[in-house]
Ligand binder design. Structure first.
Ligand SMILES: [Zn+2]
Length: 83
């Protein structure tokens, strides 16, 4: 059994309880949590954890599309210069 990885804010000491099986923390420090269950809860969690949204899948997809357009434009300009 591993030890709980939670740290006390006041004493700065590590929790001395055993972590739950397959988890890194004990029951008191969130090991019993199963995460959000409903779609609303999941969206609330995503919203609270998103800082600026620069690395979300949709924004990365947009960035890749934009980079592809820029590369095509560069290729087109190079072809025009060679002709
Ligand atoms: Zn703990």
């Amino acid at each position: 059994m591993s030890q709980c990885r939670a740290m006390s804010k006041r004493s700065r000491e590590r929790c001395k309880k055993h972590a739950l099986i397959g988890k890194n923390v004990c029951r008191i420090h969130g090991g019993a949590s199963t995460g959000p269950k409903t779609e609303i809860g999941l969206s609330n969690m995503k919203e609270s954890k998103t800082i600026h949204g620069m690395y979300t899948q949709s924004s990365l997809r947009e960035l890749r599309e934009f980079q592809g357009m820029v590369n095509e434009y560069k290729k087109h300009l190079k072809d025009m210069a060679n002709v």
